[in-house]
Design a protein around this ligand. Structure first.
Ligand SMILES: NC(=O)c1ccc[n+]([C@@H]2O[C@H](COP(=O)([O-])OP(=O)(O)OC[C@H]3O[C@@H](n4cnc5c(N)ncnc54)[C@H](OP(=O)(O)O)[C@@H]3O)[C@@H](O)[C@H]2O)c1
Length: 238
C-alpha cells in the first residue's frame, strides 16, 4: 500500500483528498487541530486512516510528522494543505502574523523535512496546496497572497533542486482558484469549484506528477491574465 500524509485534512479540500486516497486504498496519515474531525475521518476508513492532532504554528511539527511516518511505517507522498487567510482591510497584524505562521513557517518546516526525508530514501513526492493568489500582490489580503507566492516559489526551488540532485523526488505545486470551502472569502467570487471536483483534479495532478496544476483546470486562463496584466489595469481591483 502506498503511503500519503496530508497536513491539514480536517475539512475542505484536505478532507476530501484524504477520503479519495483512502478510497483508492492508500494508507493515509492526516493532521489538523480539530481532533474530533480527524477521528470521524478515521471512523469512515478505519483500515486506511491514521491521525495526528497538532497545530502547525506549534513548536513540535517535526515530532508530529515523524510520528505520522512511524504510524504509516513509511512515506511516499507528503501534501502540505494547511492554510489560513482572511481579508485584512485594516491591515490587522493578528491576521497577517497568523497567515505567515501557518502558510510560510509551518509550511517550510514540514516541507523542508519532507524533502530531505524523501531524498534520503531515494524516492517520493512532495505537493503543496498554494493558490492562484500567489500570482500578484493583493490589497485585500496582503499576507495571504504573499504567503502563497512564497510557497509556490519555494516549491519551484525544490523542483530545481530535485532535478540537480537527480534524486527521484517529484514536486507538485497546486494552485486552486476559488473552491467552495470556508477559505473562499471576499466579494466577487467566480468559477467556484465544488470541493469534490477540486479534490479529484488535485488527486489526478499529483498522480501524474505534474510540476504545477491549476484547479479547476480553466484557471490557467486567470493565471495567464494575472501574469501579464499591466499594473495600470491590475491596480483597479488587485
Ligand atoms: N477554498 C479556496 O477557495 C482556496 C483557494 C486557493 C487555495 N486554497 C488553499 O487550500 C488549502 C485548503 O483550504 P480549504 O479551502 O480546504 O479550507 P479549510 O476547509 O479551512 O481547510 C483548511 C485546513 O487547514 C488546516 N489548518 C488551518 N490552520 C491550521 C493550523 N494552525 N495547524 C494545522 N492545520 C491547520 C485546517 O485544520 P484545523 O482547523 O483542524 O487545524 C483544515 O484542515 C489552504 O492552503 C488554502 O489556502 C483554498
Amino acid at each position: 500500500m502506498k503511503k500519503v500524509i496530508i497536513i491539514g485534512a480536517t475539512s475542505g479540500i484536505g478532507r476530501e483528498l484524504a477520503s479519495l486516497y483512502a478510497t483508492q486504498n492508500y494508507l493515509v496519515g492526516v493532521s489538523g487541530r480539530r481532533n474530533e474531525l480527524l477521528l470521524s475521518l478515521q471512523n469512515e476508513f478505519p483500515k486506511n486512516i491514521v491521525t495526528e492532532c497538532f497545530d502547525v504554528t506549534g513548536k513540535e511539527n517535526i515530532v508530529h510528522l515523524q510520528s505520522l511516518i512511524e504510524k504509516l511505517n513509511g512515506l511516499d507522498i507528503l501534501i502540505y494543505n494547511s492554510g489560513y487567510g482572511d481579508i485584512s482591510k485594516a491591515l490587522d497584524w493578528e491576521i497577517e502574523k497568523h497567515t505567515i505562521d501557518v502558510n510560510v513557517n509551518g509550511f517550510i518546516e514540514i516541507v523542508c523535512y519532507g524533502f530531505n526525508y524523501l531524498s534520503n530514501q531515494g524516492h517520493g513526492q512532495l505537493a503543496c496546496i498554494s493558490s492562484i493568489a500567489s500570482k500578484r500582490g493583493s490589497s485585500h489580503a496582503p499576507a495571504y497572497a504573499a504567503s502563497k507566492a512564497f510557497a509556490s516559489n519555494y516549491m519551484e526551488g525544490l523542483y530545481l533542486k530535485a532535478k540537480r540532485m537527480n534524486n527521484n523526488i517529484f514536486i507538485t505545486d497546486i494552485q486552486p482558484g476559488f473552491v467552495d470551502t470556508n477559505q473562499a472569502k471576499g466579494d466577487g467570487k467566480f468559477w467556484v469549484a465544488p470541493v469534490k471536483k477540486a479534490a479529484a483534479q488535485i488527486f489526478t495532478a499529483i498522480s501524474k506528477k505534474k510540476k504545477r496544476a491549476y484547479i479547476t483546470r480553466k484557471w490557467w486562463i486567470i493565471a495567464w491574465l494575472l501574469k501579464w496584466m499591466p499594473s495600470f489595469i491590475y491596480k483597479r481591483f488587485g
